[in-house]
Design a protein around this ligand. Structure first.
Ligand code: ZN
Length: 406
């Protein structure tokens, strides 16, 4: 069996291991050959045996894959999977090392002075909304637009579904048209669901379509959900292009989408840059307010994640920090920690604990500097071609190699 097929099987095995130890599979999507599907892999393999196979797969990849970008991409992904297995089987890895080894980025806290500057931007952007001070304005803004029950169901399956078709059309006009090759897109379906442990989830189904499910048991803010559509649609586009490249070139490794690798950094970074890609200069007060507040909260979450995972502080110490610096209510601050706290309530490892770094670092350290250079030099079409037609560019390990011509 070739290196790429072995890699697909490895993803399935690590996915099964992570599901059995944490409740979450690190395989986010799969659209490859049924014989290599994650569910065909052993339900539970001993970590030692996976690690041994990883060692030999690294040698095979080094010896058999000539294309540099493809080889480095695969080696990066395999290195991250190795770290996942070691971490979940209890190896002594610090949080900083974990972030470094999974994502090839540094665990860096934002200085409070940088948070202050962002807070100032939020304060200015919210000045046009009613309230006594910035905190009061943000609170009122959030509760005013909050929907639940039937109106929320309508928002998701009516308004958001319409808006998503519009975003799809924008991608066609402003991105796919520059790439040249036809990109098939069977769209994203929005669905309201109940009785789920999460607020929302984005599934790539293969066959060039996705499904976004939202849990209507939780209230949702209308403006927030309208602004995340761009992020989610870019994930969909990324997967369309991945599936396209897989079918075109038969690169089996592209048919599996693992979480917690160098791919995640670029994937969240491009998703958070979707509005810039589409050239949407939405200067409405609401859009600006959402944008600066979301950036503030991404930074505060990173600092809070470091406090909990690296410095060992508990929720009782960290939630007040999130509430104060991220301008959240006490309840929402506490709920935020669910994503990055080291352990889940049932005492298992929280697989998401290191993931919080991918978004802001992916956007500001990788995607946007390269995108800005491309715009400046009039090479936007080439930028999109590399990003979307060659999925091996989409990892923090290969990004700078793929764009060294810029
Ligand atoms: Zn995302």
């Amino acid at each position: 069996m070739k290196a790429a097929e072995q890699y697909v099987q490895l993803c399935g095995r690590v996915g099964n291991l992570s599901r059995s130890l944490t409740g979450v599979s690190i395989v986010d999507a799969y659209f490859g050959p049924p014989s290599l599907a994650p569910e065909k892999q052993a339900e539970r393999t001993e970590p030692e045996s996976i690690l041994q196979d990883i060692g030999s797969l690294i040698d095979i990849v080094k010896g058999s894959i000539r294309n540099e970008l493809r080889r480095e991409y695969l080696l990066g992904e395999i290195g991250s999977l190795q770290t996942v297995v070691e971490w979940l089987s209890g190896a002594d890895i610090s949080y900083g090392q974990l972030v470094k080894r999974l994502f090839s980025i540094d665990m860096k806290a934002y200085p409070e002075s940088v948070i202050d500057q962002q807070m100032q931007r939020v304060s200015e952007a919210f000045a046009v909304f009613p309230g006594a001070d910035v905190r009061d304005r943000v609170d009122r803004f959030m509760t005013t637009g909050e929907l639940r029950g039937e109106p929320l169901r309508y928002l998701i399956e009516g308004e958001l579904q319409d808006k998503v078709s519009e975003v799809g059309r924008l991608f066609k006009e402003r991105v796919f048209s520059k790439i040249g090759g036809r990109i098939r897109d069977n769209g994203v379906r929005y669905k309201a669901v109940t009785d789920k442990p999460w607020g929302g989830y984005n599934y790539y189904l293969g066959g060039f379509k996705s499904m976004n499910e939202f849990n209507v048991d939780h209230p949702m803010n209308r403006e927030v959900s309208l602004s995340v559509i761009y992020h989610e649609y870019e994930h969909h586009v990324n997967n369309l292009c991945r599936e396209r490249a897989y079918l075109k070139n038969r690169y089996a490794e592209l048919s599996v989408v693992p979480l917690h690798t160098g791919r995640s950094v670029i994937s969240e970074g491009t998703a958070d840059s979707a509005k810039e890609f589409l050239g949407i200069a939405d200067e409405s007060p609401t859009a600006t307010a959402m944008e600066v507040l979301s950036t503030l909260r991404r930074m505060v979450s990173i600092n809070a994640a470091i406090m909990m995972n690296d410095r060992g502080l508990g929720i009782e110490d960290v939630a007040p920090y999130i509430a104060e610096r991220g301008l959240r209510t006490a309840d929402s601050a506490k709920a935020t920690t669910d994503f990055f706290k080291p352990k889940t309530d049932d005492g298992r490892v929280n697989i998401w604990a290191p993931y919080v770094f991918t978004y802001h670092v992916g956007k500001t350290d990788f995607v946007m500097p390269t995108f800005d250079k491309a715009v400046e030099r009039g090479l936007l079409a080439d930028f999109f071609k590399v990003l979307y037609l060659n999925p091996f560019s989409g990892s923090s390990v290969t990004w700078n190699i793929a764009f060294d011509w810029l």
